[in-house]
Design a protein around this ligand. Structure first.
Ligand code: HEM
Length: 466
């Protein structure tokens, strides 16, 4: 073997540098050195060049980046909160009070953590919608979509486990209601619930379990999957925005202009992150995170509501047999989300907001149908329809489960078929219209649960609820 074939540089210093940095020894002047280091750090996350049209803010709305920023804000403020918080029923609530009065900027840190966590649920959901409506989940990005769905579930899980930690009435009863949804899983439900909350009811053991999940297990899973998710975005590159006429957005030709990541993308990211951090800071200075009286297991509030992001499910429970409201319908929804990217997709629609002109019209029809249909169905079920009373000989799982579910599925199939015929649309456009209908239906159910349900979960106007 000869040394001539060895491409390594002679100079030992340079060799060591290259082994660490995977690049040439940086120039001696500071600017050049900094630029090189920055370049490599940044280029770990981004490709060296990006397609210019993807920089357009109204394509991604910065939602993926904002989700990442919120996760980082949550990690920093979360670690700070850990310095003053002990997860025990004897101390947890007092720690919250101390944050308000004894700890410098304690209330602000808690507010930042609370609002960032809630905002993250909304931002991750909006990011999912952005990706769906621009066809960003198609080959080769199907699996990244699945990773996204897992991330959304983890974000909700992180919020839910954090909800209990202040140990006030709101926390105690929201977690009691939320965790009770689990017990409706056939056969194993009660066991799963007991395992999660450490016994038959919310107690000191629940606080220990939720604390471990909230500060260690879920954040570690989030970090791992976010890294995977963003690595895939870097490798797959972002979809290119196109106009309705099939042209690359902002260009007259089909040629996609490329620009260097530094400074074009990174400067935008930094500006956006600064503006959003400022906005969240201002909001947190202004609005305090809620804190009610200390938890009292003997005094259930009326109504006892779950956290707002579970109110759509709690509303479903009022209309369906619990196994359907808490398990079967959400499982069908999640299953549908998981198989979505593997459906046939019109490739010319990739990067086009709402697929096509027809796609946009059909999306509006889906939204209007849900906005009118869901409140009507809720009113019908609340005041007119009594399936259990009408079919007393049937077990409730049939009269209040299988029958209304079958009726609903028939309505949805009818909608799909009708829309496809009336608009002479593709499967891709029709599926999108159905997706809009279902998403808006879920949002409307959540709003009804949060704002229109008062004492004993009866329907009320929002000002009566308050
Ligand atoms: C903690 C939550 C999440 C973080 C931090 C995150 C982060 C990101 C970032 C930074 C991007 C690139 C920029 C952008 O599109 O805005 C991206 C793209 C993407 N995300 Fe997420 N994401 C999250 C959740 C989700 C969810 C819930 C989904 C869908 C179920 C999803 C699916 C995707 C897909 C498929 C892309 C590529 C889109 C394209 O090429 O147009 N992500 N994500």
């Amino acid at each position: 073997m000869t040394d001539e074939l060895d491409p390594r540089p002679e100079d030992l210093k340079q060799r060591v540098w290259e082994s660490i940095q995977r690049d040439e020894l940086p120039p001696r002047d500071d600017r050049g050195r900094m630029r090189l280091v920055m370049n490599n750090l940044v280029l770990h996350l981004h490709p060296s060049k990006v397609a210019k049209p993807t920089l357009k803010f109204t394509y991604t709305w910065g939602l993926g980046g904002l989700a990442l920023l919120l996760v980082m804000l949550l990690a920093v403020t979360g670690v700070m909160l850990m310095f003053v918080y002990t997860p025990s029923p004897d101390t947890a609530y007092q720690d919250m009070l101390n944050l308000q009065t004894q700890v410098w900027f304690g209330q602000l840190i808690r507010n930042l953590h609370h609002w960032s966590g809630n905002l993250l649920v909304i931002v991750a959901f909006l990011h999912l919608l952005r990706v769906f409506f621009t066809g960003g989940f198609r080959t080769p990005r199907e699996f990244n979509w699945i990773l996204g769905v897992i991330l959304l579930l983890l974000v909700v899980g992180a919020n839910f486990t954090g909800y209990l930690l202040p140990w006030d009435q709101l926390a105690y009863w929201a977690v009691t209601v939320g965790s009770s949804l689990l017990s409706y899983i056939p056969f194993i439900g009660e066991g799963v619930r007991n395992f999660l909350i450490g016994g038959p009811e919310v107690s000191a053991a629940t606080l220990t379990n939720f604390y471990g999940l909230h500060v260690a297990i879920i954040p570690l899973m989030l970090m791992g999957i976010i890294s995977f998710h963003i690595w895939r975005v870097r490798k797959d590159t972002l979809t290119i925005p196109h106009t309705l006429d099939g042209k690359v957005d902002g260009s007259d030709s089909d040629q996609v202009e490329k620009v260097t990541t530094l400074p074009h993308l990174v400067s935008r990211e930094i500006a956006f992150a600064l503006v959003m951090t400022g906005a969240i800071l201002l909001w947190s200075l202004w609005v305090n995170a809620p804190l009610e009286a200390a938890a009292n297991p003997d005094q259930s509030p009326n109504p006892a509501k779950a956290a707002w992001y579970f109110m759509g499910l709690q509303e479903l429970l009022l209309h369906f047999h619990p196994v359907f409201g808490a398990i079967i319908i959400p499982a069908l929804g999640l299953g549908a989300l998981a198989v979505l990217p593997y459906q046939r997709f019109d490739l010319s629609a990739e990067g086009v907001w709402f697929r096509s002109r027809k796609g946009r019209q059909m999306a509006v029809v889906g939204a209007v149908t849900a906005l009118i249909g869901v409140p009507l169905l809720v009113l019908l079920d609340e005041y007119v329809l009594d399936l259990q009373g009408m079919l007393p000989s049937l077990p409730t799982i049939i009269s209040n489960g299988w029958i209304p579910l079958a009726a609903l599925l028939l309505l949805l199939i009818g909608y799909y078929d009708g829309m496809k015929r009336v608009f002479k649309a593709t499967a891709c456009e029709t599926r999108q219209s159905l997706f809009v209908l279902l998403v808006i239906a879920f949002v409307v159910l959540t709003i009804i649960g949060v704002a229109f349900r008062g004492e004993s979960m009866a329907l009320m106007l929002p000002w009566e609820v308050l």
